[in-house]
Structure formats: C-alpha cells, structure tokens
Design a protein around this ligand. Structure first.
Ligand code: SF4
Ligand code: SF4
Length: 320
C-alpha cells in the first residue's frame, strides 16, 4: 500500500496497554512504516506519567494529509490492545461497523483492584469474555499473545506477536513490516522479534482456516465503564511472591516506598530484601515500578493456603 494507491483515505490506529508492555514500540514501527510509504503520519502518545504498570496509549493516524494527531471516539479503524481490560476500556473508539479489534487476552489486574489487603483476596476485573467481545465487533481477534511469547522464551515480545496480527489488518507488504521491525528493536532481539511477529501472522491464518461460528446477531450490549466491569476472582494472587535479582538492584528505594504492605526493606548493602513475605499480596507494584527489572513476582511451586499465608512459605524461592 502507498499513498498513490489510497490517495484520499485516512487510517486511524489506536494502540493501548499498560506501562512496560511495549505500546510505544508497536506504534513506532507502524509510524515508521507509514512514513516509508510516503504517508503523512501523526502519532500522539501518553506514557510519561504512566510508569511501569500505568495506562499507556498511542494514536497513529496516516493518510494523504493529517491534521489532528488524535483519533476520536468511534473512529478507530483498528484497536490494538496489549491487555484485556484496556481493550474494553477503549472499545468505544472502534468504528462500530468496520473496525478491527485485536487484543491480548492476558489479564493484568491493577494492584488497587484488590478488595482486601491479604494474600488471595478478592479482586475486581472486567467480566466480558473474548468470545463475547469478538462476536460484537465487525472483525475481532483475541489471542493469548503473552502465552505465545512465553513459549518463544521471552514474554516481553507479546507486543511483537500482536504487531504480527496487526500486519494482517493493514495492507503493507510483509517484508516491509519485517524490515521496519528489525530496524527498531535492539539488535540482539531481532531474531526473537521476527519469530514473534511471524507467530502473530500465523495465528490469524489458523483462525481463518477454522470454520466460523455463527455471528452474534443480538444488539451489542453497551460496554459498561471500566469501573462497572467488575468480577470477583479469588484464585490469582494467592501463590505469588517477589523474587529479587540482587545484582540488578541499585538501591533506589522505589519499591520499598511504594509497596502498600511494607514488605520490602533495603539491607546494609543498599540492596532490597523481602522482609515480610507473609504480608505480601502479590500485587506486583514492586515488579512494575522497579526501573532495573530487579524484581519478578513469580508463582511459588506450592499454592499458599489460609494456614500457610500466616507464616513464611516453606517454598519461598531464594533471592539471587
Ligand atoms: S512486595 Fe511487591 S508484590 Fe508484595 S505486596 Fe509489596 S509491592 Fe506487592
Ligand atoms: S525499585 Fe528496583 S532498583 Fe530500586 S530498590 Fe527496588 S529492586 Fe532495587
């Protein structure tokens, strides 16, 4: 596709997710690709205040001449969401009759969605299922991009899996997508990213081969505001615990200050330690806010039950 082929049309793509997922990388690849094809491109994004774990979004508009940098409600040709609840929050931006919806089905439960402050406490999260949403949009793809990326050995390339899916919705050559992607990712990660990109494309091919389910002809439910899309989940956080890579910790104190349960402390070497594991709710704030990726909140092998949560878990992973 180039501007000679589509002289007067404007394409609006909205990319959303949370901090640390790579929304901006996806948006940069798309914007660069559009420029290479001679389109006027406007890209606007919010990420400065989001930090890791906060909301991030990017509007990309391209065509013969673009004036406004933002996509208005109901006008996105493509909505690409790197997180499920974010997909729902922005769904009203999609063109109702022609828009393409692409979303990772992974859930990142906001820390403050914990209803009670203890391990395994109830959480709020959007209740709409991928099947429900896909049946209500003109064209919809809901895939476990994070799972696909994890199988490739790096869950962080889930954004590139989704980029591969996005590439099937816009009429640019596959080779151009791949070249642009390779230009914009760190050289060491080019192969993994290209593989992830291919997986995203392959996923669409597989979906096209499977027989279509009957379209939901019911009038779509109006998607409720995010605050109302709540469901109680009891199962997610009860066996999570932070593991600290001491060699990467620079002792900035951010996680210590931001942990709502005061589980963390700097030791005499100015390296963070988990000092109150029994109070940790697995909320992931420390993991998301650490600028040096020194904390991973992981599942412990044995689920923690009521009894175990009162004492230090025997299977607590060692810090390194
Ligand atoms: S240690 Fe991390 S995961 Fe645990 S409660 Fe504190 S911020 Fe949340
Ligand atoms: S936020 Fe990261 S670098 Fe800072 S003290 Fe915590 S673990 Fe260390």
């Amino acid at each position: 596709m180039n501007k000679q082929e589509k002289p007067n049309s404007i394409t609006n793509v909205l990319i959303v997710g949370v901090g640390g997922q790579g929304v901006i990388m996806v948006s940069k690849v798309l914007a660069r690709l559009c420029q290479r094809h001679g389109f006027d491109v406007k890209q606007s994004e919010v990420h400065g205040m989001a930090k890791r774990g906060g909301v991030v979004f990017s509007h990309v508009r391209f065509g013969e001449k673009i004036w406004s940098p933002t996509v208005s409600e109901g006008n996105a040709d493509v909505l690409l969401a790197l997180e499920w609840a974010e997909a729902l929050r922005w769904l009203h931006y999609l063109k109702p009759k022609t828009g393409t919806f692409i979303a990772d089905t992974q859930h990142i439960v906001p820390p403050f969605a914990c209803l009670k402050r203890h391990r395994g406490a109830e959480q709020r999260y959007a209740q709409e299922t991928p099947e429900e949403i896909v049946s209500q949009v003109a064209k919809g793809y809901a895939l476990d991009a994070t799972g696909i990326a994890t199988e490739l050995g790096n869950f962080r390339v889930s954004n590139t899996v989704l980029l591969g899916t996005l590439s099937t919705a816009l009429a640019f050559d596959e080779a151009d997508w791949r070249d642009t992607l390779a230009e914009l990712v760190p050289p060491k990660t080019i192969d993994t990213n290209l593989e992830a990109f291919q997986k995203g494309r392959d996923w669409v091919e597989e979906v096209k081969k499977t027989p279509k389910k009957e379209k939901n002809t019911k009038k779509p439910n109006k998607i409720a505001p995010y605050q109302q899309q709540v469901k109680i989940q009891n199962d997610i956080q009860q066996d999570l615990i932070p593991v600290i890579t001491a060699a990467w910790c620079k002792g900035c104190d951010i996680c210590v200050k931001m942990c709502p349960e005061r589980c963390l402390k700097l030791n005499t070497k100015e390296v963070v330690e988990l000092v109150e594991p029994e109070r940790c709710t697995g909320c992931r704030i420390c993991e998301w806010l650490c600028p040096d990726f020194a904390i991973d909140v992981v599942k412990v092998p044995t689920p923690l039950n009521e009894e175990a949560s009162k004492s230090k878990p025997a299977s607590l992973p060692e810090t390194v």
